[in-house]
Design a protein around this ligand. Structure first.
Ligand code: ADP
Ligand code: MG
Length: 703
């Protein structure tokens, strides 16, 4: 019988949350901390000392011996450096447990090994971590014991952002300021703060650890670099929402427990489309916290899988020919007093504020589609976006029938006078209840879909941070809000000016709306006619970061400087080149040391069999044909191996990081595919006992 626990008891037990703060901090310090969290007033060092002491005592009661500034450098994962609480021993040889306000607020990790995209070469080698008091500290338990983790931002000596969190916080400031202007236009004087709300649905694969350890490709690159499709793939759709297997259920239960203790509100879990693929979704939270929580979720998934003899694959495309994994970034804008600016209400045609906000989002997404696309680019995602898989690489918006109808009324007639109402869903059985239907069906093929009271951006890769996508969303919508407010604040007749503005926004940016099937070739053609960008790969997406349009957008709102943008572009090119280089080298290794020798052994056995059968006076032509087929593929593999090795050797000589990345995509990747094709063919015909590692079938169906 597995251990039972009460969720309400354990939820947030390892988080220094509001309840604990209230309990443990003097009233005035608590009040000052809240003001600091709202960005109203900076915290004094003496208050920080009091808070640090309270956090330390609380963490020590939870068994913590160390603390760490937990941050998100541009490597895609989180980083930390652990310090223990102990002070220097006193004259009696005793140590005290200490933690000062200074240590809470600022850290100085050795920054030199984190990517900086040239920022450090031109500036300083130093990097600082700075406490983000808006995201709560937590205690993490693992084999090393318990550690107090303090969410921090990571900046260079001169204040350039070297991480994901800093620009995210800046973008939240931007949308807060501009969204408040919109609210004030409509007479709202009570809302004090506007914050993006985000819920990130996380997809992942689970495989058996023993099998994983036999696959060097998975170990080195996180995805299979060879592998023939099993006789059964996902064509039966029987895995989707299928019953969860025992072993996976035990794993998920543990994941939930760990996450709940950390205050991550893991809510839903189910099997996904592909075999061995699953999804976990939390309840949405404030953007910055949702981003931290998603990083924690990925950490916990990996750690708990390990404990269960499993491995969690977060790669976007662990298996060719099978659905990949992504992250749906659900995004809305909410006020401190609970108003969701994206809630259309029952009669959207009468909700002028909503229509204006909708128009602002349309304008933002249409104007900056290239940036939004870039924000979801990572090496693994190239196997999904634009590669015949969900979602397409062209950014478009799905509004659904009801909103599309309102938008068209305004464009065509100049006025919207009605909203299509939702009907009842008749179940047809007297014992089943009839449901009130949603006003709009879902469209699973759209990269940016309106889903009731939020937008769902579905392009982000499963292994990637959701921060860049939200930085872009927050900033581009802030810009729309600003331009709209600039005009409407000066209007003589607000009602008329606002009506005209909505009509203009809808008319000018309607080309971004597409409610059809985003997977078809017709849509790609149609998108081209509409002038929408189609950016199929990461290397082609990166330049969007440094266009004059992007630089002026991000500088206007203080989210990135031009230098920071350039450094980010460079880091991404470098990440691309490095990742493909690792994949190519792993392939060379696996092909040369595992597959080719295995196939040679098999051909030797087959050749002996041909001779023996012939000697016995029987027809050995089938064996001989097979032998010929295999040696043909073997030859192709050898040719492919030579070509790939040559390409990898040539790469370092190419000057310019962008050029190098392009070389990896065009030349190295192509050579990788040419090596893989004959190997996968061989896997189908060589005796399984000879094949050097577990097959797709073994990995996906035997968990
Ligand atoms: P699905 O897309 O699978 O149907 P849901 O609609 O339940 O799932 O929500 C998916 C995610 O969106 C969840 O993380 C949920 O908390 C989040 N979400 C729901 N409402 C909002 C909102 N107003 N703003 C941001 N995220 C939201
Ligand atoms: Mg979803």
């Amino acid at each position: 019988m597995s251990e039972l626990f009460n969720v309400a008891d354990i939820f947030g037990e390892n988080v220094f949350n509001d309840t604990v703060m209230k309990e443990r901090l003097p009233k005035n310090v608590y009040k000052n901390l809240k003001l600091a969290m709202e960005g109203v007033k900076e915290l004094s060092l003496s208050d920080a000392d009091v808070i640090a002491n309270a956090i330390k005592d609380w963490a020590i009661e939870k068994g913590a011996t160390h603390y760490t500034h937990w941050f998100q450098p541009l490597t895609g994962t989180t980083a930390e450096k652990h310090d223990s609480f102990i002070s220097a021993p006193n004259e009696n040889g005793k140590v005290l447990m200490e933690f000062s306000g200074k240590e809470l607020i600022k850290g100085e990790p050795d920054a030199s090994s984190f990517p900086s995209g040239g920022l450090r070469a031109t500036f300083e080698a130093r990097g600082y971590t700075a406490w983000d008091c808006t995201s709560p500290a937590f205690v993490r338990e693992d084999a090393a014991g318990a550690t107090l983790c303090i969410p921090t931002a990571f900046c260079s000596y001169t204040g350039e952002a070297l991480d994901q969190k800093t620009p995210l916080l800046r973008s939240m400031d931007a949308i807060n300021a501009q969204a408040l202007r919109i609210l004030r236009l409509f007479g709202n004087t009570t809302s004090k703060k506007v914050t993006p709300s985000v819920g990130a649905e996380q997809e992942y694969f689970i495989v058996d650890r023993e099998k994983y350890l036999q696959r060097k490709d998975l170990i080195f690159s996180g995805r299979t670099l060879f592998g023939a499709m099993p006789p059964k793939g996902q064509e039966l759709d029987d895995h989707y929402f299928g019953a969860i297997r025992e072993r996976i259920a035990a794993f998920m239960k543990d994941v939930n427990k760990e996450l709940w203790k950390l205050g991550v509100s893991a809510k839903t879990q189910h099997n996904e489309v592909a075999p061995a693929q699953h999804e976990l979704a939390p309840i949405y939270a404030q953007c910055n916290i949702a981003t931290d929580n998603n990083q924690l979720t990925m950490e916990v998934l990996k750690k708990v899988a390990f404990r269960h003899g499993l491995v969690c694959l977060l790669h976007e495309k662990p298996f060719a020919g099978v659905n990949g994994s992504g992250k749906h970034n659900n995004w809305s804008i909410t006020t401190d007093d609970g108003i969701n600016l994206l809630d259309p209400g029952k009669t959207p045609h009468e909700n002028i504020q909503f229509l204006l906000v909708l128009g602002a989002v349309m304008k933002a997404v249409d104007t900056h589609a290239d940036l939004l696309r870039e924000s979801a680019s990572c090496v693994g995602n190239d196997h999904r976006l634009g590669a015949n898989e969900a979602p397409p690489a062209v950014i478009s918006m799905f509004l659904g029938e009801q909103l599309e109808d309102v938008v068209m009324q305004l464009i065509d007639k100049g006025d919207a006078t009605s909203s299509i109402q939702k009907g009842k869903l008749k179940t047809g059985a007297s014992t089943l209840p009839d449901f009130a239907k949603d006003a709009t069906d879902r469209n699973r093929t759209s990269p940016f879909a309106f889903t009731g009271n939020k937008f769902e951006f579905r392009m982000v890769g499963s292994s990637d941070s959701i921060a860049p996508a939200n930085v872009v969303l927050n900033t581009i919508v802030a810009q729309s809000f600003k331009e709209i407010s600039d005009e409407l604040e000066g209007a003589e007749n607000f009602d008329i000016a606002c009506h005209d503005m909505i009509k203009k926004l809808f008319t000018d940016h309607h080309r971004i709306v597409f409610n059809g099937n985003g997977y078809t070739d017709e849509w790609i053609e149609e998108a081209k006619r509409r002038g929408l960008p189609n950016i199929p790969s990461m290397v082609d997406a990166i330049p969007a970061l440094v266009t004059p349009k992007a630089v002026s957008l991000f500088e206007e709102f203080g989210v990135f400087t031009e230098t920071e943008l350039k450094s980010r572009a460079e880091i991404k090119y470098e990440a691309y080149a490095k990742a493909i280089n690792i994949e190519a080298k792993a392939m060379i290794d696996i092909a040369g040391k595992q597959i080719i020798p295995a196939v040679i052994s098999y051909t030797t056995e087959l050749a002996n069999s041909v001779l023996a059968v012939k000697e016995a006076g029987a027809d050995a032509s089938t064996q001989a044909d097979l032998l010929n087929e295999i040696t043909g593929c073997l030859k192709d593999m050898k040719t492919g191996l030579i070509k790939l090795t040559k390409a990898v050797d040539e790469a370092p000589a190419i000057t310019g990081i962008a050029e190098q990345a392009r070389f990896f995509r065009d030349t190295v990747k192509t050579a990788m595919e040419e090596l893989r094709a004959p190997a996968d063919k061989l896997e189908m015909i060589v005796d399984k006992d000879f094949w050097p590692f577990p097959s797709y079938g073994d990995l996906m169906f035997e968990v």
